[in-house]
Design a protein around this ligand. Structure first.
Ligand SMILES: [Zn+2]
Length: 227
């Protein structure tokens, strides 16, 4: 990745050049140099697939208990930044927090004791001890509706989305770059993407819980594509 970043700095290649690097150019070069057959060239993986598959690999670094995802920022077909979802540096990971939460709650006898441990979560969500009574394992807990609600609240306060991390960790300008992401960005990330002057967003799966992000991006003139 460092090589890519320094290449960008040295060459100062603009995004529009990137668009002009077509598949057919590469095809011709490979044909003449390597004498490869047309069928092999036509089967070659596309840049879009490469970058989405890069996300699929990087999402495995995510420590979110609910959903692992990742995003890459690309300019001139070089990756300039990578992000996956999770807590900021030196904070307790999602998977650790919820395992501890579950073990603690199951070890308690009443709502009063739960209040002492998880004051904000319990008060803000009107969380009740009874919601956990029929849940008998951590596996059941993380697949329950209760967990979805609790995690949504906690994640908003504690986790960064993959798109946010990719934007924040870029060490070169993000202006004109393309963002590849596994899920369509939420409205919060869309705001950051617009301000970071991203040119295009390419996603794999439409994130049905928040479709406002796509609309916001489009209304700001950003090209949005489903791969
Ligand atoms: Zn999480």
């Amino acid at each position: 990745m460092n090589t890519s970043i320094s290449d960008l700095n040295n060459n100062n290649i603009s995004y529009s050049n990137n668009n002009n690097i077509s598949y057919s150019n590469n095809n011709n070069i490979s044909d003449s140099n390597n004498n490869m057959s047309d069928s092999i060239i036509e089967d070659r993986i596309s840049f879009k697939q490469i970058f989405i598959e890069t996300c699929t690999l990087w999402k495995k670094r995510s420590t979110c208990q609910r959903l692992q995802t990742a995003a890459v920022l690309v300019r001139d077909n070089n990756i300039i930044s990578i992000g996956y979802n999770g807590v900021p540096r030196n904070q307790k990971h999602c998977i650790d927090f919820w395992k501890e939460f579950y073990d603690t709650i199951k070890g308690l006898e009443s709502n009063d004791e739960i209040l002492l441990f998880y004051d904000a979560i319990v008060k803000d969500l009107n969380f009740n001890y009874n919601l956990m009574i029929n849940i008998n394992s951590y596996e059941e807990f993380i697949n329950s509706e209760v967990f979805l609600i609790l995690h949504h609240y906690w994640s908003d306060l504690n986790e960064l989305h993959a798109e946010q991390n990719a934007l924040l960790q870029a060490e070169v300008s993000t202006s004109g770059a393309t963002l590849y992401t596994l899920y369509s960005p939420c409205r919060q990330c869309a705001k950051s993407i617009i301000s970071a002057k991203i040119y295009k967003v390419i996603y794999d799966v439409e994130y049905s819980r928040d479709l406002q992000g796509i609309e916001l991006l489009k209304s700001s003139g950003i090209i949005v594509e489903k791969i």
